[in-house]
Design a protein around this ligand. Sequence first.
Ligand SMILES: Nc1ncnc2c1ncn2[C@@H]1O[C@H](COP(=O)(O)OP(=O)(O)OP(=O)(O)O)[C@@H](O)[C@H]1O
Ligand SMILES: [Mg+2]
Length: 465
Amino acid sequence: MTDGPKHLLIVDDEAALREAIAERLGDHGFVVEQAASGEEALERLAAFAFDVLITDLRLPGIDGRKVLDAAVERYPELIAIVITGFGTVKDAVDAIKQGASDFITKPFQFDALMHVLRSAMEQRRLKTENAYLRSQLEQRYRFDGIIGRSARMRELFQLLETVASTSSTVLITGETGTGKELAARAIHHNSSRRNNRFVALNCSAIPETLLEAELFGHVRGAFTGAIGNRQGRLEQAHRGTLFLDEVGTMSPALQAKLLRVLQEREFERVGDSHTVKIDVRVIAATHSDLTKMVADGSFREDLFYRLNVIPVHMPALRDRREDIPLLVQHFLERLALESGRPLVTVSQEAIRRLMAYPWPGNVRQLENAIERAIAFSKGRAQLDVNDLAPDIQNQPTAPDTSDGWFPDEGIDFDRYVEAIELSLIRRSLERTQGNKRQAAKLLNLKRTTLIEKLKRLEPSDSPKA
Ligand SMILES: Nc1ncnc2c1ncn2[C@@H]1O[C@H](COP(=O)(O)OP(=O)(O)OP(=O)(O)O)[C@@H](O)[C@H]1O
Ligand SMILES: [Mg+2]
């Protein structure tokens, strides 16, 4: 709440009581207005944003409940305290459900009212402060819908922000499930094109023969089945953004046509000789290694350079494990919101397993794993290891042994040693930003030994894009 005097409206048809309270509240620094009826209260509430409303529930004409309703609906931040008659607890409970902060029962001492008022104000202050802190956290560790707090992700957010302010072509690379489409949308939403369309086309989902017409549109009779004229995705994205997903699967013929669009900003619909000019930003994505495809001749080198004006790489989840707790929290909150069920927590041991798992399917796989765990937890308030899929459950984790820790039930020696090996290799790889040669050097291992160990310890690790 802001500083300065608090504006308070007191509503009661008993003039003597109302005036006495108003006077004493005034002594306590409130700026007080009075209303003698529900009608009068509604008028004042419509005209002025009070900080506090104190209203009797029983009023002639429009009753206190309606006044309360109107007040909390209009001003979610307003503190409302209702005055109830003796023996009407149910009314009080209903009022709280309706959004009142607290209630006081007639007859009451002024000090009791002050007490209720002070604690309601304190509660509101804490709530506002928490909401503020939360929004700070959310702001700091996200860009649009992309969550992350690791150094890599913060660098990525900066890059995306810079990229959004340009109209350059972007090539987004990264393994499956790393958020390539999310990043493309974030760029669009933060660009000056945000009020125009974001049109996505997955090049691998459409049969080769139809892809050209899908992209460029066609005129009637251009091919069998082309009954009318049809706009392609390119035209739909005019002044907006065209997202070409899995661009690596395009045929050589189509690659040539796309190259022309990028160079000349013009094209023809299939079966038409008329040239269409277009203003579109292209964002392409691929999980395959285009440089390799250029080397083996399956992807045009000139097109690669046209697309790769600004490269954006989405890091694999296993290379930013520190983001896992935050992502888990994000998915839990989202699932709770969607299902209307209460927010659950996750045991630390489960978090450890989640952080140890290599996540070949990256964030999408993590999202699914959390959803699955919630289904398995059968409404318990905390998810634990047993709710996780077996391969995640069995992921060896290495607790800190420096303080002489040793569990009563003993340990599985081989698995434990492997977990420590893996943890050391990961830490050294993080230190060297994934450079295996340097990491091996830090560990006094041969590079080939490090790679072999990684292969053995992280069997489900897919090759990096
Ligand atoms: N950093 C992130 N924060 C929050 N959610 C994420 C993040 N990265 C990915 N996701 C979520 O994971 C899922 C997969 O993301 P997306 O579809 O963007 O991945 P992709 O890289 O395009 O995958 P694919 O290559 O399989 O198409 C989506 O539900 C997305 O919301
Ligand atoms: Mg995708």
